[in-house]
Write a protein that binds this ligand. Structure first.
Ligand code: NAG
Ligand code: ZN
Length: 431
């Protein structure tokens, strides 16, 4: 009986694939694609991060939380980095950071940059005079914010896909000026904000961590151009000239971040760097709602020139340039941690004098749990089969309408128009 179901399932699955191939428009012509011995893919991301955690559990741990996962229950790989030997006594005095990678499915580069940063950080910490002092800093990393979207890109080779699997742009789904003109209510649009703030499961980890801790610095990492954005990016702020409280300090650090690497990122307030505004973004939320004093969205890398409607090369360097690009980025991380650690030490001295230090201390250490041994997340064969059958049933049920495929088809057209427009102006707001 089981085998019978299995073979029926397989036949239907294969025919489903053929159906999609038949309906799918011709794939976007890419100048180059990722080679998975160079770029990571979903499985090697899990393996690489798992290895880093396993071999360096004194300083890197994988935070265990049932809700730090995507809609399709894939890990977002939330890591906690600090010197755990000194952590239980000293966490109250540590400087807290939150970094976010992999929000947009087609932007592979930020995740590569993270992996390189982690490797360098580990080496740095084992030297006698580390540049990043893990006795003083505590870093949370959301390594792959949008794993379903990423999986979709790898599976379909649609390197233009930006959103979650439901087509929502995570970076428009947050509760800061949600619904404004700098986002779209159209599910076909790549800047679709979703039905309401935090409608996407993937946003949970951002809210949860910022409820548990007071962070001093936050970065939302992207690629597509070379720019450092200071909040706010939303339409209303642009109209009214609203700026975050810590604007001057933030601008000073942005300047240093720009000078720290060969990329010499352009920097400034999002609204003044771009013709576009963006509403409901993660970094605006972190600045405006969570009041994190240093908050940026950084577009790490973009091509010097871009021709035609291809996508992968718009966001990611060629395979043979990847290592060089990510190595060149490392000083940006070092500068970020050093500057804010220094800033906070100065602030503490001032505040101690004025007796008002409490609002800057972290909240309770929140009884975090860590995975004690690393397991690569996987679906059990039974569950896989069930998913397969459900998918197939739905597809068969909708036959004649081809609901799913039609939607993807339309979306791709929207995207190619946008990509085309970016050949005219590289200032397209990708964050
Ligand atoms: C992922 O990359 C590895 C190499 O790191 C490769 O062996 C594996 O086949 C790739 N998996 C997929 C599904 O492409
Ligand atoms: Zn992006």
């Amino acid at each position: 009986m089981f085998q019978f179901h299995l073979s029926i399932g397989l036949i239907l699955f294969v025919s489903h694939l053929l159906l999609m191939l038949a309906i799918d428009v011709k794939p976007q012509k890419e100048h180059y694609k990722p080679v998975y011995s160079v770029y990571h893919n979903m499985s090697s991301i899990a393996l690489t991060l798992g290895k880093l955690v396993k071999e360096n559990s004194d300083i890197i741990r994988h935070v265990q939380h049932e809700k730090y996962i995507s809609k399709q229950r894939r890990q977002q790989f939330v890591l906690h980095i600090t010197n755990f030997a000194s952590h239980s006594e000293q966490y109250r005095s540590k400087v807290n950071f939150l970094l976010s990678f992999g929000e947009h499915a087609r932007e592979f580069l930020p995740v590569e940059s993270l992996v390189h940063f982690l490797r360098m950080l580990v080496m740095d910490w084992r030297t006698s005079k580390p540049a990043i002092d893990l006795n003083q800093v505590s870093i949370f990393v959301i390594a792959l914010a949008n794993p379903d979207g990423r999986q979709y890109v790898e599976q379909t080779e649609n390197f233009c896909w930006r959103g979650t699997l439901s087509g929502v742009d995570l970076n428009r789904n947050f509760d800061w000026e949600f619904g404004g003109k700098g986002s779209s209510g159209d599910p076909q649009d790549e800047e679709f904000r979703g039905p309401k703030p935090f409608s996407e499961e993937e946003t949970f980890v951002y809210r949860d961590l910022t409820e548990k801790f007071h962070f001093d610095g936050f970065i939302s990492f992207h690629s597509g151009t070379k720019q450092i954005y200071i909040p706010f990016a939303d339409t209303r702020s642009r109209q009214r000239g609203r700026v975050p409280a810590n604007l001057d300090e933030m601008t000073r650090l942005a300047k240093e971040l720009s000078a720290a690497t060969v990329f010499k990122h352009e920097y400034g307030q999002a609204a003044s760097l771009n013709d576009y505004t963006a509403d409901g973004t993660i970094f605006d939320y972190m600045a405006g709602r969570r009041k994190i004093p240093f908050t940026y969205a950084i577009e790490l890398w973009g091509p010097d020139k871009h021709m035609g409607p291809s996508c992968f090369d718009l966001f990611n360097p060629p395979n043979d340039k990847l290592q060089e690009v990510v190595s060149d980025m490392y000083p940006l991380y070092v500068k970020f941690f050093q500057y804010i650690t220094h800033w906070k030490a100065k602030l503490r001295t001032t505040m101690k004098r004025e007796g008002s230090i409490h609002s800057y201390l972290p909240r309770e250490d929140a009884g975090l749990q860590y995975y004690t041994h690393w397991t690569v997340p996987s679906l059990s064969p039974g569950l896989l089969l069930l998913c397969l059958l459900v998918t197939v049933t739905v597809v068969i049920g909708l036959q004649g309408k081809y609901f799913l495929c039609r939607r993807i088809y339309n979306r791709r057209r929207v995207i190619s128009l946008k990509s085309l427009s970016s050949t005219l102006s590289l200032n397209l707001f990708h964050t």
